[in-house]
Design a binder for this molecule. Structure first.
Ligand SMILES: NC(=O)c1ccc[n+]([C@@H]2O[C@H](COP(=O)([O-])OP(=O)(O)OC[C@H]3O[C@@H](n4cnc5c(N)ncnc54)[C@H](O)[C@@H]3O)[C@@H](O)[C@H]2O)c1
Length: 320
């Protein structure tokens, strides 16, 4: 059945793909984003233009430029639209940058989430999906990362703010019966990747002949998940009110960063100029998702191999 959905962070990398996916299946989607300058807002406007063109002859699309820290705006939006579900992706992102401005990260990622949870509770929204991150697992969690891990040792304000938001989601479920699924995304890549993503940094380095910093000679595992697979997982979470659940969305097959870089070199036909660096304190040598829960609860089946995904990413990148 056609739904009315709110996607926050809709102008961003993942939010724009999610909005497109929901529109293609015929839903009515309201996108909310403040188009901040964490990276060039022109890229976000370009993402929105692609969502707009996907909306032609499909579901209904409306974009609202606004801030999740504005409760009056949220109240009006929820009142006017009667959302069936919320996919909350708006956030300040990046482990390293969160150290420079922890207050902003908590204002947006925790207080902004609080305002959205309040609006969802007030307007009896049927389901709330909260985007979280594999970085909440920190350095001490058993591998593969399971949703049952304590995650009480975040290595920087970004994962700390996301973990706090996850816990607030539980409080709203417990107190008000709000269905809340926390989706922990692993390393997402694909067209429209953020400029600070490893995929874009290496691709930029290759195409502009610039040096690229690589930690630990790339001997670190990341659980890369291609954007189309991730979006199918988020959409399944949006469709299924589950009470309160935390669910990993990765591929469950970690790949060395060095191998990911080698795939980009293969498709570009050029070598990246890599500068070696030590792993910073807030980073981890291995991220590996246990995705059994996602398979069981969301019928999650990642289909795009890293080899294929990197090829698709490069195809998009070179056409920019
Ligand atoms: N990209 C990844 O690999 C990855 C991994 C783990 C988790 N995540 C999570 O996924 C979500 C989306 O990430 P992304 O990579 O698409 O990042 P992104 O920066 O491209 O998208 C986030 C969007 O949120 C918007 N936003 C930020 N603050 C806002 C505010 N106060 N009000 C309204 N809009 C605001 C930004 O303008 C941006 O368009 C985030 O919650 C992020 O923490 C991403």
């Amino acid at each position: 059945m056609k739904k009315t959905l709110l996607v926050t962070g809709a102008a961003g990398f993942i939010g724009s793909h999610l909005a497109e996916h929901l529109l293609r299946r015929g839903d009515r989607v309201v996108g909310l984003d403040n188009l901040n300058t964490a990276y060039d807002p022109a890229r976000k406007r370009a993402n929105l233009a692609e969502v707009q063109s996907a909306a032609q002859n499909r579901g209904q699309w409306e974009f609202v430029q606004g801030d999740i820290r504005d409760p009056a705006l949220l109240d009006r939006l929820f009142d006017e639209n009667g959302f069936d579900a919320v996919a909350h992706l708006a956030a300040m992102t990046g482990v390293g940058v969160s150290i420079e401005d922890p207050q902003l990260f908590f204002e947006v990622n925790l207080l902004g989430t609080l305002h959205l949870l309040n609006a969802a509770k007030q307007h009896l929204v049927g389901n709330f999906v909260l985007a979280s991150t594999s970085s909440v697992y920190g350095n001490g969690s058993a591998i593969p990362f399971s949703e049952t891990a304590a995650c009480d040792r975040p290595l920087a304000p970004y994962p700390a703010s996301k973990r706090a938001a996850e816990m607030l989601g539980f409080s709203y479920h417990h107190l008000y019966g709000l269905h809340c699924t926390v989706a922990r995304f692993f390393s997402v890549y694909g067209p429209r990747n953020r400029p600070d993503s490893l995929a874009c940094q290496v691709a930029d380095g290759i195409s502009r002949q610039q040096k690229v910093r690589l930690y630990r000679k790339g001997q670190m595992h990341r659980d890369w998940i291609y954007i189309d697979d991730l979006v199918r997982g988020i959409a399944a979470a949006v469709d299924r009110p589950l009470g309160y659940e935390i669910i990993n969305l990765g591929r469950g097959e970690p790949v060395l960063v060095a191998d990911f870089v080698a795939l980009l070199e293969k498709h570009s036909g050029a070598k990246a100029r890599l500068i070696q660096a030590l792993l910073p304190d807030m980073d981890i040598p291995c991220a590996f998702a246990d995705i059994q829960k996602a398979r069981c609860l969301l019928d999650f089946q990642p289909a795009v191999s890293v080899a294929e995904g990197v090829e698709r990413f490069w195809h998009w990148y070179k056409n920019q």
